[in-house]
Ligand binder design. Structure first.
Ligand code: AHR
Length: 536
């Protein structure tokens, strides 16, 4: 009897140990996995996706990049502290002068002797436009920061002739009236502006001179004809749908203009602003996936039209996300107009959303060939000034990291990690509700450039670090790998004057010796960029 008891106890013990082993094996969290394969390529990353935007709105121009009264300004009125911060963003392309502003802007008001330039009522954002800063000041600024200017013409209240004359003023060396006028204004050489947008958000009822898709297509086609007859080398951007209100069909606009302008334009411009309206972090950080969905829908439409297009040996139409950002706090009546319009302050979760947008551009590098953060200074911007100083907002840091590192060929990355479903949420209050299922906690993109790999990983998880095995499928990780991290103590952490809570930190580098894989733990609510060599 005693022996039977002992056997029984031993059996129980053995079963308990086995059960424990089985359960610990199953409950032990598996690492997430990221597989990089340099042979699985999406397309060439066009550096123009790191573009930016300057509009005559609030304190973006006056009190932002240009402020003759400021002690920081040089003899041309350019704020040098801002200029330095702008230079570090390594901006390849700068859109100007609007935005909604452009639809009632007449470029001739902003050239010639400053004391002869007429002040105008600025109707889009309710300011007095002094016109002290115009075409030539902007081109000078762009050249100083080594960026390509990108102009939008007025197809709202403006005429196709006015658009033609602007191209003539900027791009024709000599002879016709407008070219000679530029020379008289002190610019002997043409500015050679390559990128021209045919209006701004012309589908929006808020746009001055708003048109329906058919009328816009006609006006844009004729403007394009005159502009190209003036300079055949220019690249033209059509305004795609920006009106995502529930009573409107944005696809109809895009389908019409792509069909009508398929032989004419080089890009279709899309805009997207998102906000954390319901204060729901997980919904909000998934919003770049909606941009990615919209990209794919428009790509399909472009592909359909390209089959029928007659474009000679020109490239197909590409997508230009020429306005994107987070904009919801300063979006009520009193914050929308006047000198201090749209002065949104950003936090860490906003920086992660910007990282998400940039990752989405990289993952769609075959079709997204231009993008412009809206806007550069003070107005929903990465740089914020007051008379006596400036600071870098949280959203500055992801853009700076990408624009200085993420070049070459975009890779199709395999990611295996935990996911979550969002609730129904609103990107913008006037938009239709959306929902995202199976959102991976890790949002990843990778670029390969001449033996160098750059991997950007956003850990969307609010509380947990995610241990991840990173594999190279072709070639080995080899040598010192630099690691940069954008993070802060809390998702609501903000920067301010004299307080940089959220920023890029260079972490200890990783030394990898011909490794086919390595493990890295991505901290909660962070963006990490890992950069090093792959050798064959
Ligand atoms: O960037 C702010 C505004 O947003 C732009 O002027 C307009 O194009 C968009 O609606």
């Amino acid at each position: 009897m005693k022996q039977t008891n002992q056997i029984y106890v031993l059996r129980c013990l053995a079963l308990t140990i086995i059960a424990g082993l089985i359960s610990s094996t199953f409950s032990m969290a598996q690492n997430a996995r990221i597989k990089i394969d340099i042979d699985r390529q999406i397309g060439e990353i066009n550096n123009n996706i790191y573009g930016n935007f300057v509009e005559h709105l609030g304190r973006c121009v006056y009190g932002g990049i240009y402020d003759p009264e400021s002690p920081y300004a040089d003899e041309n009125g350019i704020r040098l502290d801002v200029l330095d911060a702008v230079k570090d963003l390594n901006i390849p392309l700068l859109r100007y002068p609007g935005g909604n502003f452009v639809s009632n802007y007449h470029w001739k008001d902003g050239v010639g002797p400053k004391d002869e330039r007429p002040p105008r009522m600025e109707l889009a954002w309710a300011r007095l436009e002094t016109n002290q800063f115009g075409t030539n000041e902007f081109v000078d600024y762009a050249r100083r920061i080594g960026t390509e200017p990108y102009f939008a013409v007025n197809l709202g209240t403006g005429t196709i002739e006015e658009a033609q004359q602007w191209v003539e003023y900027c791009n024709v060396k000599e002879g016709p009236y407008s070219a000679e006028l530029r020379k008289k204004h002190g610019y002997a050489e043409p500015h050679n502006i390559k990128y021209w947008s045919l209006g701004n958000e012309m589908d929006g009822f808020w746009q001055m001179g708003h048109l329906n898709a058919e009328d816009y297509s006609k006006k844009a086609r004729e403007a394009a004809k005159l502009m190209r007859l003036t300079d055949p080398s220019i690249k033209l951007i059509a305004t795609g749908a920006s009106n995502f209100r529930p009573n409107n069909d944005p696809h109809e606009w895009n389908a019409t203009i792509l069909s009508e302008l398929k032989d004419v334009v080089d890009y279709i411009a899309l805009h997207m602003y998102v906000g954390n309206h319901q204060d729901n972090y997980y919904n909000f950080v998934s919003s770049p996936l909606v941009l990615e969905e919209r990209t794919k829908v428009v790509k399909g439409m472009i592909m359909r039209e390209m089959e029928k297009a007659d474009r000679g040996n020109r490239d197909p139409i590409y997508i230009a996300w020429d306005e994107y950002n987070i904009w919801y706090r300063w979006r009520q009546e009193e914050t929308m107009t006047g000198e201090r319009a749209l002065e949104e302050r950003y936090n860490l979760e906003d920086a992660l959303v910007i990282g998400g947008f940039l990752n989405a551009f990289i993952r769609n590098a075959d079709i997204v060939k231009m993008a412009n953060m809206a806007q550069l200074v003070n107005v929903i911007a990465p740089i914020f000034t007051e008379k006596d100083g400036m600071f870098l907002q949280t959203i500055y840091y992801p853009l700076q990291l990408f624009a200085n590192n993420m070049f070459g060929t975009s890779l199709d990355v395999f990611v295996d990690c935990d996911t979550y479903d969002t609730d129904e949420f609103y990107l913008g209050l006037a938009e239709q509700a959306t929902q995202q299922k199976n959102v991976p906690y890790l949002d990843v993109s990778a670029a390969y450039n001449d033996g160098e790999i750059v991997i950007t990983v956003i850990n969307r998880h609010k509380d947990k670090a995610i241990a991840t095995d990173l594999f190279s499928q072709e070639g080995l990780f080899n040598g010192e790998f630099e690691v940069f991290e954008v993070n802060g103590p809390d998702i609501k952490s903000e920067n301010d004057f004299g307080k940089t809570t959220v920023k890029t930190v260079k972490k200890a580098s990783l030394t990898l010796n011909e490794a086919s894989s390595f493990t890295y733990e991505f901290p909660a609510h962070s963006l990490t960029m890992i950069k090093g060599k792959i050798t064959q």
